[in-house]
Design a protein. Structure first.
Lengths: 175, 162
């Protein structure tokens, strides 16, 4: 009788061991699935929220000729630029794209003594971006501005005159 | 109307007779030699292969007949009838459209991408300038321009391409 009970308990124990092993393997499988999902979502979400890219450009606008050398970011702005600024010729002097990860001051674009610094860039609750810019000429801080911009919406600043035209500063949040 | 193969088989087995036999032999005079060769082969096969008696021929026949019946039923079923039925087609179409719309509205971002200026937003909140410089903001539909007045003109010889 005792032996029979022992055999039964042994069998039960064996069964529970198998069940435990099955449970562990199922848990492991679930963990693998969860890990896979995390990696998958991370792969998609990571690049989006890792950093914000800002693009800056210095254009030389003049009426000497009608050559329009606009960067791809300003595609479609040829007519508005001519209409609003009154110049026919546009030429890129410098352009740069940076990834803003910290809140420290970032040099966005520069040419000669002209420097455009991005002092702050943060996403606003409405999906726009709050941008703070500092326009420096040599050691002189010419202008400091704060603006709310949409992604892909360039902000234009009419800078100093140069030669027969003018320097145009363009700042845009790329993504 | 019997085919040549049917007549030929019946002729070899000696089951063709009468007018049919005469007309067949007249139409194909060269088959007599084939018959001799066939008879030689037949006798050779009979000598070498001994017929085996089945222990349970009824069961064997019943199995074969059952298999034939199953195959006949299986091949006789209309396989693609229900698949192409009108209700199934309608439901399939509705499901495909639903999935298509769901994918379109969830995956494909909406908006007019032909002109980036359609969603233009640039609002200048605050501007602080050097005392000598005056800043004015021009808000247009597709462009916001900060105009700086009072800036010193850059020397023409200055190289800005550095």
């Amino acid at each position: 009788m005792i032996r029979l009970q022992g055999v039964k308990s042994c069998v039960r124990g064996n069964g529970s061991l198998k069940a435990n092993a099955r449970g562990i393997s199922r848990r492991g499988c679930r963990f693998c699935q969860l890990a896979f999902l995390v990696v998958l979502f991370g792969a998609f979400a990571g690049p989006v929220h890792a950093s914000i890219r800002a693009w800056g450009c210095l254009l030389y606008a003049s009426n000497a000729g009608k050559i329009l050398d606009l960067p791809p970011w300003l595609a479609g702005y040829d007519a508005p630029l001519r209409r609003s600024l009154g110049y026919a010729n546009y030429h890129v002097i410098a352009q740069r794209q940076i990834a803003v990860e910290t809140r420290t001051e970032n040099l966005l674009v520069s040419a000669g003594d002209i420097q455009v610094l991005l002092t702050s860039l943060s996403p606003a609750p409405d999906g726009k971006f709050l941008v703070e810019l500092l326009f420096v000429e040599g050691t002189k801080q010419v202008m400091e501005t704060q603006a709310k911009v949409g992604q892909g919406s360039p902000l234009f600043i009419r800078g100093p005159d140069w030669r027969d035209g003018q320097i145009i500063i363009v700042v845009m949040v790329a993504a | 109307m019997k085919t040549f193969e049917e007549k030929y088989t019946a002729w070899l087995d000696g089951r063709l007779g009468g007018e049919e036999l005469r007309s067949f032999e007249n139409e194909h005079p060269s088959i007599q030699r084939e018959k001799i060769e066939f008879l030689k082969l037949k006798s050779l096969l009979r000598e070498s292969i001994h017929p085996r008696e089945l222990a349970n021929p009824e069961f064997f026949n019943a199995q074969i007949m059952e298999q034939i019946r199953r195959e006949t039923v299986a091949t006789g079923k209309p396989s693609c009838g229900p698949l192409l039925g009108l209700p199934r087609l309608v439901w399939g179409g509705i499901c495909a459209l639903t999935v298509g719309f769901a994918l379109f509205f969830t995956i494909i971002p909406r908006g007019d991408f032909s002109d980036p200026r359609t969603k233009y937003v640039a609002e200048v909140l605050k501007t602080k300038t050097d005392p000598k410089v005056k800043a004015t903001v021009e808000n247009q539909k597709d462009m916001t321009i900060i105009k700086l007045e009072g800036l010193d003109k850059l020397p023409p010889g200055r190289d800005l391409h550095r």
